[in-house]
Write a protein that binds this ligand. Structure first.
Ligand code: HEM
Length: 418
């Protein structure tokens, strides 16, 4: 991704929802409500990331995602976050790392196929017993009645374990996966040439570790982990080294913050709505746990937006879009669209249509890891129920300072038995 370093505009535009402070301070809901009511397809003329369109309601987001030829995800145009700029803006020290989330058909189709089998229904089912066991072990290691950081001790730990298993990464070194992912996925802090050099160094360190893993896998074929599955795929032989690295980063970064923040949302969200938590405590029906999992994903929306770029002049519901305009698709807002999810600011664990949420996106780029992520979160809900454990949040959490990853850095909690 190329990044142009810009100053934030001098005057604050209340409808510029890309401002990181709105997300850090959990104040994004009101401007989004205004956008949905007054201007669901809205042009923001100036922002830290330059001008961009905001799409904030459910149907228009589906519409844009269904037209990838006109609304591109390509890294050459600047990729999938509102922060990115086209390759013509590449800065010194920036190396494009193409990944299939930031490609259009036909490249996207071929490369997605190299990893999709690892996330299919049978592979996910194979992970179930192990996921439940790991979730149990982590929960049993936590103190009851004593404060601790839920993000660090539970969300990060369980997510890191999930990634290590997906990649068959050396278990004792698994925390490196999270460190790399945190460093490479942080879109707001690679502004200076020095910061970009640091990023490159991290990417190379990760590359060297995966090269080793790759060599080992190549000698031991027929396994089910992600690297083995990529190695066995036909499209792999057409992938450049940069593309292979880019896709590895995508798989690590894509699964990391998102799964982590959905687990933190379980704790924070249910603490905000104790009557909903009580429903889950009183009723251990697995279908309710699954519905609650969808509802928590809807309410949190761990990636607040994805971005597309117009490849041609076009019209979008009466608005004139020009070639190369940036278009932010705000899933966080569509998941609170009053016409689809009444009273959407509330978690309702038995909400009828919770599974219609757009937290995994829509269309050809819809999250490839969705089933695996759903399994992790449902396992957490059901293992908490089994232990009759409740999380009480002790203080307002510290939140991520960005308009892309939507989540929590630290959250002090205490566990209680009911
Ligand atoms: C794509 C969300 C977990 C890997 C996406 C997209 C979203 C998303 C919004 C883009 C969809 C679009 O552009 O239409 C989430 C959420 C997760 C999660 C909320 C957890 C709660 C995971 C996991 C993995 C993963 C566990 C893998 C380990 C990917 C990949 C893509 C993707 C590879 C690109 C798909 C493509 O371009 O075809 N995810 N994700 N995600 N996600 Fe996830």
């Amino acid at each position: 991704m190329a990044t142009v370093i810009r100053e934030a505009p001098e005057t604050v535009n209340p409808l510029d929802v890309s401002r990181a402070e709105l997300w850090r301070e959990d104040r994004w809901q009101e401007p989004m409500r205004r956008l949905r009511a007054e201007s669901p397809i809205h042009y923001c003329e100036d922002s830290k990331f330059g001008p961009y369109w905001s799409v904030t309601t459910y149907k228009p987001i589906q519409h844009v995602e269904a037209l990838p030829k006109i609304f591109s995800s390509s890294w050459e145009y600047g990729g999938i976050t509102v922060a990115g700029d086209g390759v013509e803006h590449l800065q010194e020290g920036e190396v494009p790392m193409p990944m299939f989330i930031a490609m259009d058909p036909p490249q996207h189709t071929a490369q997605r196929r190299t990893v999709a089998p690892a996330f299919g229904p049978s592979e996910t089912e194979r992970m179930r017993a192990d996921t439940l066991k790991r979730t149990s072990d982590v929960l049993d290691s936590l103190p009851v009645g004593e404060p601790f950081d839920w993000v660090e001790k539970l969300s990060i730990e369980l997510t890191t374990q999930m990634l290590a298993i997906l990649f068959d990464f050396p278990w004792e070194e698994r925390h490196k996966l999270t460190a790399w992912s945190d460093a490479l996925g942080d879109i707001e802090s690679f502004n200076t040439a020095e910061e970009r050099q640091q990023r490159l160094a991290i990417a190379y360190e990760m590359g060297a570790a995966f090269k080793e893993l790759w060599d080992r896998k190549a000698q031991n074929p027929g396994q089910h982990d992600l690297i083995s599955i990529m190695l066995q795929s036909d499209a792999m032989s057409h992938m450049s080294h940069e593309e292979f690295m880019g896709n590895l980063i995508l798989l690590i970064v894509g699964g990391n913050d998102t799964t982590r923040n959905s687990m933190s949302a379980y704790a924070y969200g249910l603490h905000q709505f104790p009557e909903e938590r009580a429903k889950l405590e009183a009723n251990h029906d697995p279908d309710l746990a699954v519905n609650a999992m969808h509802e928590i994903l809807r309410w949190q929306t761990p990636l607040a937006h994805m971005r597309r770029t117009a490849t041609e002049d076009t019209e979008l519901f009466g608005h004139q879009i020009r070639k190369r305009d940036k278009i932010a698709l705000w899933y966080a807002s569509a998941n609170r669209d009053e016409s689809v999810f009444p009273d959407g600011d509330r978690i309702i664990v038995d909400r009828e249509n919770a599974r219609r949420h757009l937290a995994f996106g829509y269309g050809i780029h819809r999250c490839v890891g969705a089933r695996v992520a759903e399994l992790q979160l449902t396992a957490l809900i059901s293992e908490m129920q089994k232990r009759r454990l409740r999380v009480n949040v002790l203080a307002e959490p510290e939140r991520v300072n960005a308009c892309f990853v939507h989540g929590y850095r630290h959250m002090q909690v205490e566990l209680e038995r009911y």
